[in-house]
Design a protein around this ligand. Structure first.
Ligand SMILES: NC(=O)c1ccc[n+]([C@@H]2O[C@H](COP(=O)([O-])OP(=O)(O)OC[C@H]3O[C@@H](n4cnc5c(N)ncnc54)[C@H](O)[C@@H]3O)[C@@H](O)[C@H]2O)c1
Length: 393
């Protein structure tokens, strides 16, 4: 199969590498010639790592780079040749619509057109083409060669055959694919939003510190606490997603970004990449572990929460958001569980966790939090209708 990749940055290079690993031919396009060269370098080092680990034969890696990876200097030539095109250019709706218009006019009717958007509407991107039924979201996670999940996103007009093609293509890359409707944040970026936002709310309310939350969450089996995670991903990147979801959900208070994130970003403290975020990082890279006050400090007012309460609050908010998502028909509970485990490295999916806790306990605990009088508690913790419908008393 010939796979066209538009955009040779972080995600495009990772996706191109995966396609080469799966034996496909790859056409790599970018506006910027230098970006294609950088993308090639990134792909080469990704394949080198696989060779070093004994997961790929050195000759095979060399052949993939020389014989199966080609630069594509125009969208029209790429679209004319490729069986599948994956767009991984910048997160900008107008730009993506322009790219899809160009792809649509040059590609044969059978070509599958996919976007790797994280937060834009697949339906709106697809509507720039004459073949919205042949357009799908393939949401890879970063780093694409490593992360096991792909969210296959169904735009309003995406056909069942196109969804099937997206699922098969994803499976052929060795990934686990889940299906979701075209709704803001798809599954992981939406359902996992409370992982960072509830943690920030607790710090903002003076109920816990950055360190106490990270250590409670890590002790509960999550590989990284919310603040260490934000520092790793980039506080600016996390904030951009939080802002996009807040807008997409009509500024619902539960999605409101924290002022603490806004302040850190304004101060240029973006996390590991700038050497300082919620924590400070030593010159050699690894975290020094020293929290950065006042960002890391607890506010003066709140009653400190116990470790178990910290984790419970985050998990309850995630479970509730997961019920909201299935109530809106975004995905199945099974796919939500898979998505959170593979896309966010949670030790259990939200529905599995709800089952462990018992739905009655979940509903009662959420109702208690909703009545706590804390800022926005009513909206944050109001029991999702789909959860009410399932819990028996
Ligand atoms: N980085 C992530 O964690 C992540 C995860 C999932 C999805 N995404 C999405 O993937 C897409 C790419 O993100 P990224 O992190 O790889 O960005 P990036 O900035 O690393 O790469 C984007 C590349 O697109 C190129 N580009 C810009 N306009 C173009 C055009 N008209 N035609 C061809 N190439 C063009 C740029 O030159 C750049 O090389 C975005 O939509 C993003 O939301 C990102």
């Amino acid at each position: 199969m010939i796979v066209g990749v538009v955009g040779a940055g972080t995600m495009g290079a990772g996706i191109a590498q995966l396609a080469l690993q799966a034996g496909h031919e790859v056409l790599l396009n970018d506006l910027d010639e230098a970006a294609i060269a950088r993308g090639r370098d990134r792909i080469a080092s990704g394949l080198d790592r696989l060779v070093a680990k004994g997961r790929m034969d050195a000759d095979e890696a060399g052949a993939a780079l020389v014989e199966r990876l080609r630069d594509a200097h125009g969208l029209d030539t790429l679209a004319a040749e490729a069986d599948v095109v994956i767009e991984a250019a910048l997160e900008d709706l107008d730009l993506k619509r322009t790219i899809f218009r160009a792809l649509d006019s040059a590609a044969p009717a059978s070509t599958l057109l996919a976007t790797n958007t994280s937060a834009l509407s697949v339906t709106e991107i697809a509507s720039s083409t004459q073949r919205p039924e042949r357009v799908v979201g393939l949401h890879f996670f970063n780093p694409a060669p490593v992360m096991a999940l792909i969210e296959v996103v169904q735009g309003e007009l995406t056909s069942a055959a196109t969804m099937q093609a997206g699922l098969e293509f994803s499976g052929g890359l060795g990934k686990t694919a889940v299906t979701c409707r075209d709704a803001p944040g798809f599954i992981v970026n939406r359902v996992n939003r409370p992982f960072t936002l509830e943690a920030l709310r607790m710090v903002d309310a003076g109920q816990a510190t950055v360190e106490s939350i990270d250590s409670a969450v890590e002790a509960a089996g999550y590989p990284m606490g919310p603040f260490r995670l934000m520092d790793l991903v980039g506080i600016d990147v996390n904030l951009a997603v939080a802002r996009a979801l807040h807008e997409a959900f009509d500024q619902a208070p539960r999605f409101r970004p924290s002022p603490r994130q806004e302040e850190l970003v304004a101060a240029g403290r973006l996390g590991r990449k700038t050497g300082s975020g919620f924590y400070r990082y030593g010159a050699d890279g690894p975290a020094s572990g020293e929290a950065n006050h006042p960002a890391g400090g607890r506010g003066p007012s709140g009653e400190p929460l116990a470790e178990a309460d910290i984790v419970e609050r985050i998990e309850l908010a995630i479970i509730n958001e997961a019920y909201r998502a299935i109530g809106e028909g975004v995905c199945s509970p099974e796919d939500a569980d898979i998505a959170l485990k593979l896309g966010a490295a949670h030790p259990h999916g939200p529905f599995e966790r709800a089952g462990m806790l018992g739905l009655r306990t979940v509903v009662e605990a959420l109702a208690r939090l909703a009545a706590s009088g804390e800022m926005d508690a009513r909206e944050r913790f109001t029991v999702a209708p789909a959860l009410w419908g399932m819990a028996t008393f």
